[in-house]
Design a protein around this ligand. Structure first.
Ligand SMILES: NC(=O)C1=CN([C@@H]2O[C@H](COP(=O)(O)OP(=O)(O)OC[C@H]3O[C@@H](n4cnc5c(N)ncnc54)[C@H](OP(=O)(O)O)[C@@H]3O)[C@@H](O)[C@H]2O)C=CC1
Ligand SMILES: CC(C)CCC[C@@H](C)[C@H]1CC[C@H]2C3=CC=C4C[C@@H](O)CC[C@]4(C)[C@H]3CC[C@]12C
Length: 410
């Protein structure tokens, strides 16, 4: 093993595990109320375990109830994952149940805010137990016939073993990513808005940030089955990166700008808030439109009109275990302007919902900075995947559409 391999496989994952765990706890302290004297508890407390267990059980219930099933893309080793297609209903029923609960328990938002670091501790313990179980399960009782070359244990823990493991009858990544992480995100930002209102009075800027995140998450749940075609699902294995990420990192870092505004009430004026709302709505619409153009194009096998003209494309061929397949890469509409414009609009939107923290330095923008790094890295991961899959056709597409995220610049 060369030096770079040692760094990548042996040092990298443990460092990530330790720093990310310590990091999210620190974040809760940094953004919170400095007068909060609740002692640290690395295992969580009764209140936080109750909150986490209720969300987990609710998430599981949403995947257990009878309903429409959705078949994900088949893996190269011939496995077709099965999901539940009831995400949109799940979001609204959950939100309505939560708001009703808060109506009858009006101290709950502030209690939850004051216990946030304990809630993260409980999520952290839950995530570690799950990731250890997934490692053992992947080694001892894998569900698929996939054969993986052995790697250092810590790397396997970090990356995960199986692509589509199931626990208690449900798909693990649908549970952790779509049903626990994203629901916790929505409920937490609503809670932080209500806690800020109770503590400091009503804030339009805080409300705007929460409205934008709610529209964004509603859009996600509307499109949930499309998510099953993305890198997270077809490439990333169920392990620390993705499962811990969704159980701990999403509830902590993705909600951070809203959490921060409770102890640091927004300084942005009402007209500034309206401008932020407009910027955010435009960015969400464009982000949705870019994703929609690709889905629409693929659903019609290239025979569709985009921007008033028949769609143009590059024909591709690729090989899987079940033979040679054909596909098309869109070169018109937004996909003809740059190769990842959806990420550009996603970043604009993230900036919009962080902007109510303007005037408090860098901390309220931490999600935006993280997302910038994540998406630029993802551009390269995605392109590596596409280049390996499509070969020369991908190079041809890159020649026709030379820019990645910002036409003329990158
Ligand atoms: N907030 C967050 O943390 C994040 C949010 N997102 C958001 O999630 C959504 C999905 O993003 P993501 O899955 O990462 O990426 P994309 O939706 O951009 O999908 C990339 C895939 O689309 C296919 N593709 C690429 N170019 C073309 C083309 N020209 N024509 C047709 N198909 C093409 C390829 O897959 P194939 O093999 O099918 O050809 C490629 O792997 C986006 O809105 C993004 O902004 C994403 C990451 C993080
Ligand atoms: C361990 C950490 C350093 C990194 C954890 C990363 C993951 C939590 C996130 C990686 C990719 C993220 C997502 C991808 C696409 C999405 C679609 C969007 O519409 C909603 C958000 C999300 C599901 C998002 C969620 C977090 C990641 C899985």
């Amino acid at each position: 093993m060369g030096m770079s391999e040692v760094l990548r496989y042996k040092v990298g994952p443990p460092v990530m595990v330790v720093t990310t765990t310590a990091g999210v706890q620190l974040l809760a302290r940094l953004g919170g109320d400095t007068n909060n004297t609740t002692p640290w508890s690395l295992l969580g407390d009764t209140f936080s375990w109750t909150v986490v267990t209720v969300i987990l059980f609710w998430a599981l219930l949403s995947l257990w109830v009878p309903g429409k099933e959705f078949k994900g893309p088949q893996t190269t080793f011939g496995y077709t994952p099965l999901y539940k297609a009831n995400g949109f209903q799940f979001l609204w029923v959950s939100l309505a149940a939560f708001l009703t609960f808060v109506y009858f328990n009006q101290n709950f938002p502030l209690d939850l805010y004051n216990n946030f670091h304990n809630i993260l501790s409980s999520c952290n313990v839950l995530a570690f137990v799950l990731c250890i179980y997934l490692l053992v399960k992947g080694k001892m009782w894998p569900e698929s016939s996939e054969i993986l070359p052995p790697k250092p244990l810590m790397y396997e823990f970090y990356r995960g073993m199986e692509l589509h493991p199931r626990i208690l009858g449900v798909d693990v990544k649908q549970l952790t990513n779509c049903r626990f992480g994203l629901l916790a995100w929505e409920l937490l930002v609503v809670t932080f808005f209500l806690a800020g209102w109770q503590r400091n009075g009503f804030s339009l800027a805080h409300l705007v940030s929460v409205i934008l995140q709610t529209i964004y998450l509603a859009k996600f749940y509307w499109w949930e089955t499309g998510y099953f075609n993305t890198l997270d699902i077809i490439l990333d294995r169920a392990g620390y990166y993705i499962c811990w990420g969704c159980l701990v990192f999403v509830p902590s870092l993705y909600t951070f700008s809203s959490y921060y505004l409770v102890a640091n009430p927004p300084l942005v004026s009402a007209s500034g808030s309206v401008l932020i709302l407009m910027l955010g709505v435009v960015a969400i619409t464009l982000n949705y439109r870019v994703d929609w153009e690709k889905e629409h194009f693929r659903a019609h096998n290239g025979n569709c009109i985009l921007w008033g003209r028949p769609a143009t494309y590059v024909e591709t061929k690729y090989t899987t275990n079940t033979g040679v397949k054909r596909s098309k890469l869109l070169t018109s509409g937004f996909w003809g302007v740059a190769r990842h414009l959806n990420y550009t609009f996603e970043l604009t939107l993230a900036l919009a919902w962080c902007l109510p923290g303007l005037g408090y330095g860098i901390l309220p923008f931490i999600y935006f900075i993280f997302l910038l790094i994540l998406l630029v890295h993802r551009v390269f991961r995605d392109e590596e995947k596409c280049s390996a899959k499509y070969g020369d056709a991908w190079d041809k597409y890159c020649k026709e559409v030379p820019y990645r995220m910002i036409p003329g610049i990158f």
